[in-house]
Design a protein around this ligand. Structure first.
Ligand SMILES: [Zn+2]
Length: 80
């Protein structure tokens, strides 16, 4: 939970894989983002990223003003 009270979407309970196209590496990071045209302000969508793709994916989201925060995958809620 961040200062605005936003809660990231839960991620799958099993192994988490990087969201970058074609990457099958285990995810180390959860990139929290929000598209104000699609999501309410307290919604946080989650992209998963390995160490190699974290910066690339953050940049992709940041250039669209969607990026909010990056957290370690261990901080994400899992689907029960
Ligand atoms: Zn990756």
């Amino acid at each position: 939970m961040d200062l605005l009270g936003a809660v990231p979407d839960a991620v799958p309970a099993g192994e988490l894989i990087c969201s970058a196209k074609g990457c099958r590496a285990p995810a180390a990071w959860g990139l929290l983002w929000n598209n104000p045209k699609l999501h309410t302000p307290d919604r946080r969508k989650v992209w998963l990223a390995c160490d190699d793709h974290r910066e690339h994916l953050e940049q992709f989201l940041a250039t669209r003003s969607f990026w909010k925060q990056t957290v370690a995958v261990s901080e994400l809620d899992r689907v029960p």
